[in-house]
Write a protein that binds this ligand. Structure first.
Ligand code: CTP
Length: 402
């Protein structure tokens, strides 16, 4: 942590990393200590603040801190820190640690616009980027003293995302992963729709996990949630819109994960105006939607990995086996929607994952993010397995397509 008014936000980053299971060793510059009491950071981090090359009980704190780090994140990074780091100056514990570490380094600059845009800072940032340092932000927004402009510290979510990305094996690097999420809404009239309870959290977890593993990710979602960091988000409402957006992108995707709860039926006609109750209960005629996943199964190209979900309330395994076969999938993630802490709306899920070879992976109740990690681990295995191109793993028996 460097000396900047944005230092207080580093406290949140620290707390969130500790919550996520990281061991956080806090290092503060003398400037940082002017903005934030070291006791605050010591209390929230995993060990007391390290602030000096000399006061530490460790005779060589910079090398031991640098060596035991899996990632070094500088939040906030001042213009001075960037300049010293670019020049290789190591005159305090933080800069010495940055020079002594072999771990990935992330810097999150925060300063006034004039300083950020100064040619010296621009050159220093370019130098650091060229050396592989990840620069997160800054963003445009409110600055110290009521000013506005470029130089505001990046959002906590973006910093956490970059950190997680630096810590995660990039087994999906170079891959395009297309994910769907949320429950579609099929309009009855301008104010009502037929929908389901899907929250979109599982699809989002898969999208974020894929991005942290190095993939280029597109999330086509019917859920009304803030867009996650590191993912391209395409918002849709209906099954028909999802069909268009997914099929348009599927041909160039290496992996497609259909986590969305897509309506199987929609009202055959949508009333132009609000249906009033005076007319009595309306009769709603439904018509089928396109099964997007089945269509993807027909269109899949060799090497593409196709993952479906099976939302079940009974006969989980039978339903999953049938859907995997009928839709020509490589993997199906079967959810028992009646299990405690699983399925719609929860932050946790439990699932049985079936592959095309008939292997089951049982995932007891866990976070949706961890389930995403397990599913994408299986996907990465399929992608890297020699000769396990999707087209040969479970070929479609009918159709064809583009
Ligand atoms: N799916 C889809 N398009 C639809 C319906 C479902 O792409 N119109 C996808 C879902 O995203 C999911 C998988 O198909 O990945 C299975 O969805 P699910 O609702 O469990 O099963 P259905 O195939 O709809 O069959 P059923 O309603 O009989 O359970």
């Amino acid at each position: 942590m460097c000396g900047s008014i944005a230092a207080y936000k580093a406290v949140d980053v620290c707390r969130r990393l500790v919550d996520a299971g990281c061991h956080v060793a806090p290092v503060m510059t003398a400037g940082a200590a002017r903005f934030l009491g070291p006791a605050t950071l010591s209390a929230l981090a995993s060990e007391p603040v390290h602030a000096s090359l000399w006061a530490d009980t460790d005779p060589v704190p910079h090398t031991s801190l640098g060596r035991r780090a899996d990632v070094v994140v500088v939040v906030p990074a001042t213009a001075t820190l960037l300049a010293k780091y670019a020049a290789g100056i190591a005159d305090d514990l933080l800069t010495a640690t940055l020079l002594a570490t072999r771990a990935p380094v992330i810097v999150c600059p925060a300063m006034h616009t004039e300083m950020w845009e100064h040619p010296a800072t621009v050159d220093n940032v370019a130098t650091l980027r060229r050396r592989g340092v990840v620069v997160v932000g800054p963003v445009v927004g409110r600055l110290a003293g009521g000013d506005e402009g470029a130089g505001r510290l990046a959002g906590v979510e973006d910093i956490l995302f970059a950190t997680e990305r630096a810590l995660t094996a990039k087994d999906l690097a170079g891959r395009h992963v297309l994910v769907t999420g949320g429950g579609t809404r099929e309009p009855l009239d301008p104010v009502r729709f037929l929908g389901n309870h899907s929250s979109g959290k599982q699809g989002e977890a898969i999208a974020v996990e894929a991005a942290t593993r190095g993939a280029t990710v597109t999330l086509v979602t019917a859920a009304d949630r803030p867009p996650p960091a590191g993912v391209e988000v395409v918002a849709v409402a209906t099954a028909a819109e999802m069909e268009v957006e997914v099929l348009r992108r599927a041909a160039s995707a290496d992996v497609v994960v259909m986590a969305a709860a897509v309506a199987d039926f929609r009202p055959a006609t949508v009333a132009e105006h609000k249906v009033h109750k005076a007319g009595g209960p309306p009769e709603v005629v439904l018509e089928p939607t396109v099964d997007i996943l089945a269509e993807l199964g027909r269109r899949r190209h060799p090497g593409q990995v196709l993952v479906g979900f099976a939302a079940e309330t009974a006969d989980l395994r039978e339903g999953a086996q049938r859907k995997l076969k009928e839709k020509h999938l490589d993997l199906i993630v079967a959810n028992d929607l009646t299990a405690p802490g699983a399925g719609f709306g929860h932050d946790t899920n439990a699932a049985s994952v079936l592959d095309a070879a008939g292997n089951w992976t049982e995932v007891a109740r866990t976070s949706k993010r961890r389930l995403a990690s397990i599913v994408l681990g299986l996907v990465a295995g399929l992608l890297s397995a020699q000769g396990l191109a999707a087209g040969t793993a479970n070929p479609p028996t009918t159709g064809g397509g583009t």
